[in-house]
Ligand binder design. Structure first.
Ligand SMILES: [Zn+2]
Length: 381
């Protein structure tokens, strides 16, 4: 992978760039749609290409459990398996192991409120909260049970590298622990230090195999200024070709912007920065200004499947009965396939009749909206 900065914004820290991989280029700032199970739900790869999508991010945890990374490898790797010839990213599997893996026993770790809304109070080192799911975190890695069949698994940095190598994405991530906004300072610090050790182990495991993949390191440290600075300095000093900013970004958007302001100055300027799991249109503007190059998020596709069409103002709940006689497209100004060919009335009807085309058409609109948004941002830089 090669990253070139083409231009820097006059104000703020935004940059225009291009990531070059063996499977083509990603123009940055870029939004990366999520294809959890080696598919961006509901869309063919031709449809994705026609939307202008340059890369997709697949989930290591899901593909490891099903169909299995070894199966994907036998099928020629993710690109061949899903017939997507453009760049692919995979995450480390850590986040899903914590959030989806069920309980093994009450161990050293605690992952309280990666499960949103279950616990509203701050969590101290000795408290563990989750009713139906606890994952055990040790120095070695993360033990968890599959959410599919309850089988027991262990993810370590070495295992995550092995799985991601079998999957064969262009850009992969170091194994990390994602803390929650409710974790206290002491736990976040301890976890960050472990993530740093895991980052080194990920690098060693990755180097040994001399793969063509680019391994990105992940900065942690929660919403604590000194921890973010320490983490960015440490991870930034290792020989990663790019960086992910992960973990808790605080409890509000303001916190998130602060986290970025603390982190960015300590990362090498000439390497790409990816913000994990963030992707609402208003966040993207603010994060690009603070120096983020790429984003991945399930939001646009999940909203689309649920009947929420992205608009520059408020989202449109296309399922609502009020659109059943509306002859306008979802967005008059939009040039996407859906808006060029169908009325709100039709899409609304499809949702209300539980037809699969409804979610597909709205997903097409939403991903096109994100592409246009990013084009606009790139132009403005
Ligand atoms: Zn549209």
């Amino acid at each position: 992978m090669n990253f070139r900065i083409l231009k820097k914004a006059k104000r703020g820290y935004g940059r225009l760039g291009v990531i070059e991989t063996d499977h083509g280029v990603i123009h940055t700032p870029s939004f990366v749609p999520v294809g959890t199970q080696a598919t961006v739900k509901g869309l063919t790869v031709d449809q994705l290409r026609s939307l202008g999508t340059e890369s997709v991010l697949c989930n290591t945890y899901h593909l490891y459990l099903r169909p299995g990374d070894k199966t994907v490898k036998k099928m020629g790797g993710l690109h061949k398996f899903m017939n997507w010839d453009r760049p692919i990213w995979t995450d480390s599997g850590g986040f899903q192991a914590f959030s989806l893996g069920a309980a093994i026993e009450h161990g050293v770790g605690k992952i309280a409120s990666i499960f949103p809304g279950r616990n509203q109070k701050d969590v101290g080192e000795k408290e563990r909260v989750i009713k139906d799911g606890l994952t055990r975190i040790t120095e070695d890695g993360v033990e968890f049970r599959s959410h599919l069949d309850g089988s027991k698994h262990l993810f370590t940095p070495e295992k995550s590298m092995e799985i991601q190598e079998n999957l064969g994405a262009d850009i992969i991530f170091a194994f990390d622990e994602c803390t929650s906004p409710l974790h206290d300072y002491q736990y976040t610090k301890k976890s960050m230090e472990r993530t740093h050790r895991w980052a080194k182990r990920s690098l060693v495991a990755h180097k040994q195999k001399e793969k063509k993949q680019s391994l990105f390191g992940i900065v942690q440290g929660g919403a604590y200024k000194d921890l973010r600075e320490i983490s960015a300095q440490f991870i930034g000093s290792l020989s990663f070709p790019g960086f992910g900013i992960g973990g808790s970004l605080g409890k509000s958007k303001k916190d998130m912007y602060k986290v970025l302001e603390w982190t960015m100055p300590h990362l090498p300027e000439d390497k790409p920065r990816h913000l994990l799991g963030i992707g609402s249109p208003e966040d993207i503007y603010e994060c690009v200004k603070r120096g983020v190059d790429t984003f991945d998020c399930v939001l646009p596709t999940r909203l689309g499947r649920n009947g929420n069409a992205l608009l520059s103002g408020e989202n449109l709940n296309i399922k609502s009965g009020r659109y059943l006689k509306d002859k306008k497209p979802i967005d008059k100004k939009c040039k996407c396939y859906t808006c060029q060919n169908h009325t709100r009335a039709y899409v609304s009807h499809l949702f209300r009749a539980n037809e699969m085309l409804g979610p597909i058409l709205t997903t097409i609109h939403n991903l096109f909206f994100m592409e246009e948004l990013m084009k606009g941002i790139r132009k403005s830089i």
